[in-house]
Structure formats: C-alpha cells, structure tokens
Design a binder for this molecule. Structure first.
Ligand SMILES: [Zn+2]
Length: 417
C-alpha cells in the first residue's frame, strides 16, 4: 500500500464505519462476517450454510426469515470472490428498518480493509460489529525514541501503543572528578575524547535502528541534563533522520524508565503530528497562491481539468466535502453527462430528469446511471496520473480555509500550465 494514500484510505474507512454504526436491526438479525486473506472461499460458504441451518431453529418467523435472508445475501456476495483480497474482507448484511418497524430492507456492505484482517469472525446481532475495523483508524505510525545522558543511552520504537526497547548502551565515560595524581588538563582531554566516542556510537546505533524503519514518522529525543543537546549539535544522525526530530524533552530518568517517561510526556506531541502535517500541506498551497507562482489551482472544475491532463502533483481535498458526482445517461442513445450535487439535489433529480428530453436524441428518457462520493471520483482521477492525495480535516485553521475559501478542492501542479 503506497504510504501517500494513507489519509484517503483512513477517510474512506471512517465514512463506511459511520454508515455501518448508524444501522440497527429490529432483532438479532444483522450478520457480520470477517474473512482473513488466507481463508478459502469454499470454507466460508460451508460455514455460512451451517449457520443457515442453525437459523432454521429460530422461533419467531420474521426474525428467522430476516436472518436467513441476511446469510443468503452474504453467501451471494462472498461467491463473487475467487479468493479473499490481500487484506481480507468484511461483509455486513441485514434487514434494516427504513422507516419504523415493517419497513425493513435488505442492505449489504462489503469492506476491503486498508490493513489485514487476521481473524475469521461470524456474528449475528442487532448491530454490525465494526470494532476490528475501528481499530485500524487508530494511530499506527512508528516513532523512534532516543533517551540519553552522560551515563548511557536507550533506543526504542513506538508503534501505536507498542513500545519496544531495541537497545541500551553505557557510555563508559568516567565521572567528572579525576582521580588523584592525574593532571587536570590531561583528564579533561581524555574525557572529551570519550564523550566523542560515545556520541559516535549513539549516532551509529540510531542510524542503524531508525533508518531500517520504512515509514518512520518522527524521532523524539530525551534525557536528563544537557547531554542530549550536545549530542544533537554534533550532527551525527543521518540527514533524513535529523529532519524527523520532532522535539527534545527533559526527563528525570535514563534507560527503560527514561524511555517510558519520554513516551508519557510526548503524548501531546504525537497527537499533533498529523495536525502539523495537514497545516504544512495547506500552507504549501497557500504559499504558491500568495506568490502567484502559477503552480496552485483550486475549485472543482479547474482541478478536475488538470487531473485529467495529468499535471497535478498534490491533490488536497477537504474531509467535509460531502458532495456526490452523478452520471446521467440517456436510455435511448449514448448520451452521458456528469454533475456534482448534494444528496438533497439527487432526491429531486429524477423528477427533474423526467421533465427533460435528451439533448442529443431529444427523447425524454434520461436516468441517473451512477452516484459516487466526489472525493472518491477525484481520488480515482488523481490515481490515474499518480498524483498524491491528502484528505485534510477541518481541525486546523488552514483546513477550515481550504473548505471555506477554496471550496474544499485544491491542487499543486507539477509545472506551470
Ligand atoms: Zn438520447
């Protein structure tokens, strides 16, 4: 999975989960099914047929029918796959009341998760079980942790809530007080050389440990006293790692305890990483606009044109963009048209179409052919020309500006048009 699609995948999952969470069954009749990638489809269909048999014992006639229908629908969907996708599969199906009891309609949702599903899971309940997918929305980025003082250093990684101490080293530096008989200058020089040696070792380990992590999001350095600053000044970290230093924090301890202390103290910093990332992304766009470089464009139509030409390098979409892209077609000829509209507009659209005739063949036979999220439609266009996509939340001032002043759709171009 390419890393730059992270914000889009997360956004899509978030939207699906909002829909799924809002669905409630009348009784225990909504089916949730999780299938890991290595499970044979035939195993799954056998299992579902067994569940179908078990369901025939349900006493209430309506519940029995609803459960059986839900399992049948799940079976039909799973059969469309020769094998589960790389990350597995989740299917949600059931009779959902549309407008109070008696108005149930069968709804089926298929979710291909952005991260691997590792369990096989079947449940029938009055709600859909979305917890395993919700887990995927949590912070999973990896951070490098370095805690040091003049006595020793510890290297750790933090992924989600998993803290892993990778290595601990001692400095071997003698204390500040020389033994009797040593000349003060000679001792000082000796100590300095030892410190240099120690810093070089820290640099070597840090580079070795942190450069290996492909998606390292940032590094946090900590420790008691000034040694950590002295180390930073020495410039011993690989330049790509140096760029990733998020902050330096004072701790009371070194070693494992120091690492834990540092993680505790940096919770706020870690929470803010995406926040600052989003700020920077929009600021980049605002810079191009402000300096009139010709590299920034905004507004749905203009951006769509550039996406189609393949000249977009970075596409910024506001998370609050709730519009739909609708394809209208003529059932009499090959006429097709696309329009962006709100969900509300779509409701009145068919009525409006019924009163119109086709601009090409003049026969009044226009229908809505396809409806999709505007974000998904633009993301597809971006994908075709390998443009980066970032979904920007309204959490930052810049994110709000993107929505309010630029219509929620903006782009930075590869070159001036
Ligand atoms: Zn026509």
């Amino acid at each position: 999975m390419s890393e730059f699609k992270d914000s889009l995948l997360k956004f899509r999952l978030k939207r699906s989960l909002e829909i799924l969470a809002s669905k409630k069954g009348q009784h225990t009749e909504l089916v949730t099914l999780y299938v890991p990638h290595d499970r044979q489809i035939s195993d799954v269909t056998n299992n579902l047929r067994q569940e179908l048999g078990t369901a025939s014992n349900i006493k209430s006639k309506t519940t029995r029918k609803n459960v059986q229908d839900a399992i049948e629908s799940t079976l039909q969907r799973i059969k469309l796959f020769k094998k589960p996708p790389q990350t597995g599969l989740a299917i949600f199906s059931g009779a959902i009341p549309q407008n109070g009891p008696g108005s149930e309609r069968m709804e089926v949702y298929v979710v291909v998760p952005p991260e691997p599903i590792n369990l096989y899971y079947y449940r029938c309940d009055n709600r859909f079980h979305i917890e395993p997918l919700r887990e995927m929305l949590k912070e999973k980025d990896t951070y490098g942790i370095l805690v040091l003082d003049s006595s020793g250093a510890a290297f750790a990684t933090l992924k989600g809530i998993t803290l892993d101490i990778v290595r601990k080293i001692t400095s071997g530096i003698p204390g500040k007080h020389r033994a009797g008989g040593q000349s003060a200058r000679r001792f000082e020089r000796f100590r300095e050389a030892e410190v240099n040696e120690y810093f070089k070792r820290i640099g070597k380990y840090a580079n070795k440990i942190f450069l290996k992590i492909p998606d390292l999001k940032g590094i946090i350095i900590g420790g008691p006293g000034p040694t950590k600053y002295d180390f930073e000044k020495e410039n011993l970290l690989h330049y790509t790692l140096k760029d990733k230093i998020l902050t330096t924090i004072d701790t009371a301890y070194v070693g494992e305890q120091g690492v834990e202390e540092l993680v505790e103290k940096s919770t706020d910093v870690l929470k803010e990483v995406r926040y600052f990332e989003e700020k920077k992304l929009v600021q980049k766009f605002l810079y191009e606009i402000g300096h009139d470089t010709g590299l920034a464009i905004y507004g749905e139509n203009e951006v769509r044109k550039s996406l189609e030409k393949g000249t977009v390098s970075l596409l910024l979409l506001s998370e609050d963009l709730v519009k739909k892209r609708v394809t209208i077609k003529c059932k009499n000829c090959d006429h097709q048209a696309q329009k962006t509209m709100t969900q509300q507009d779509i409701k009145n659209m068919q009525k409006w179409l019924d009163s119109k005739s086709c601009p090409k063949c003049s026969v009044p036979n226009l229908v809505i052919d396809k409806t999709e999220d505007l974000i998904d439609e633009l993301a597809k266009l971006a994908d075709q020309s390998r443009a980066k996509i970032e979904i920007i939340s309204p959490k930052t001032e810049e994110g709000v500006a993107l929505k309010k002043s630029f219509g929620g759709v903006a782009a930075i171009l590869r070159y001036k048009q």
